[in-house]
Design a protein around this ligand. Structure first.
Ligand SMILES: [Zn+2]
Length: 72
């Protein structure tokens, strides 16, 4: 599990500069950016907050995201 305090400080790295980037925790395995649609995997409880990683899943519908996220 991710601690609530940690989630509160996490923002999408692609959007945070514009004051946005609020993330939605999805199915215990993904963080979805409401502003740009990038999706960041949470692997072993550790959010992978890399823009290129979020970009990789951007076009994938939330319900189609693999749970748990793939290792690579
Ligand atoms: Zn974003």
């Amino acid at each position: 599990m991710i601690r609530a305090e940690l989630l509160e400080i996490l923002c999408c790295p692609a959007c945070v500069g514009g004051g946005g980037g609020l993330l939605v925790f999805y199915r215990e395995s993904w963080l979805l950016c409401r502003d740009c649609g990038r999706k960041y995997p949470v692997r072993d409880g550790i959010p992978v907050m890399l823009v290129e990683e979020g970009e990789r899943w951007r076009a994938v519908e939330p319900e189609d995201l693999p749970v748990p996220p793939p290792e690579h």
